[in-house]
Design a protein around this ligand. Structure first.
Ligand code: NDP
Ligand code: MG
Length: 327
């Protein structure tokens, strides 16, 4: 894959265009501020007098209703929660998607799982930063950027890629590097990564370790340090220089023990579970399960949240963190 950097990009494709950022949450706020600071014409579409409206105005960005923003924007960049996008799109955005406009996303969920079907004559693009919004903004303000993916689902104008790259460039993502992929690759990989490794996998591993120690009678405060707190230090080392760099820095004892244990997690049984998880994502079964839960008022999500809040790692963790953040 070719990593696109600053020398491959320009903001020319955004000249004379208005970008309507729909939603002002984690991604909406960060991306709107970055585009606005780069001199791009940005308006924010949000619920009138809601928290987003107040926040965007405080940040010095023009706000209006979602329908008005969709009417005004040449590029309509939807940064609402994935589960909300379909309803808002059908009600407030679709009526204003005239030919020649660009519909843009930071995640391909609604396109890939056929929840949003854009009309002909409209470019459909993705600019997906690979970081949480707060991190993007920090990097941008330091003069650097986070890496990102761009993808094109429909290229009615013949210049959809220029638009996507220009947006990525204006947000400094080309400083770290931008990869071009398909909507499908981004969507399936993103869902798999957050489920199997980043969110679900990591939390499962932390809890399994914490439970093993506390069930064996070790103090929960210490188990919290070992299995959760120190994880950041190890991940920082891996982030900095890769896995071998981390093994270089930790003690030889930690390295020997770690290398011996790796295969107990990365084994055929775990791989089979991961392959099943990926299949479930690719088939649309995961998306269906999540959207069914959302439509029903999120009974499963709420149950999982409640159960997790009661876990001793949360109650003990709050106490440990309170000690830490006293100063
Ligand atoms: P958020 O949950 O932070 O979005 C919140 C925004 O959505 C607020 O402006 C809120 O408005 C608005 N909103 C919520 N419900 C409604 C509604 N019913 N009608 C109108 N507005 C509503 O979203 P994220 O930033 O997490 O996600 C946005 C997109 O970016 C998604 O596609 C996601 O997959 C993608 N993404 C997210 C990343 C992240 O770091 N979170 C990373 C990469 C991609 P109000 O203030 O009025 O409630
Ligand atoms: Mg992700």
């Amino acid at each position: 894959m070719k990593l696109l950097t600053e020398k491959d990009a320009s903001v020319d494709a955004l000249q004379g265009k208005t970008i309507a950022i729909i939603g002002y949450g984690a991604q909406g706020r960060a991306q709107a501020i970055m585009l606005h600071s780069s001199g791009i014409d940005v308006v924010v579409g949000c619920r009138e007098n809601g928290p987003s409206d107040t926040c965007a105005q405080k940040d010095g960005i023009e706000t209006m209703s979602i329908a008005d923003a969709a009417a005004k924007g040449d590029i309509v960049h939807i940064l609402l929660p994935d589960e909300i996008q379909k309803t808002v799109y059908e009600r407030d955005i679709l009526p204003h998607l005239t030919p020649g406009k660009t519909l843009s996303f930071s995640h391909g969920f609604n396109i890939i799982f056929n929840r949003i079907t854009p009309p002909a004559g409209v470019d459909v693009i993705m600019v997906a930063p690979k970081a949480p919004g707060t991190e993007e903004l920090k990097e941008y303000q330091k003069g650097f950027g986070v890496p990102a993916l761009i993808a094109i689902d429909a290229d009615a104008s013949g210049t959809a890629k220029d638009t996507a790259l220009a947006m990525a460039h204006a947000m400094h993502f080309t400083r770290a590097g931008v990869l071009e992929c398909s909507f499908g690759d981004e969507t399936y990989e993103d869902l798999f990564g957050e489920q199997a490794v980043l969110c679900g996998g990591t939390v499962g591993l932390i809890k399994a370790g914490f439970e093993t120690l506390t069930e064996a009678g070790y103090p929960p405060e210490m188990a919290y340090f070992e299995c959760l707190h120190e994880l950041k230090l190890i991940v920082d080392l891996i982030y900095e220089g890769g896995i071998e760099h981390m093994y270089d820095v930790v003690s030889n004892t930690a390295e020997f023990g770690g290398r011996c244990f790796e295969d107990k997690v990365n084994n055929p049984a775990m791989k089979a579970i991961m392959k099943e998880t990926l299949k479930n994502i690719e088939s649309g079964d995961f998306a269906k399960k999540w959207m069914d839960d959302y439509v029903a008022g999120m009974p499963l999500m709420k149950k999982m949240r409640e159960e997790s809040k009661k876990h001793i790692i949360e109650t003990e963790g709050a106490k440990v963190r309170a000690l830490f953040h006293k100063e």
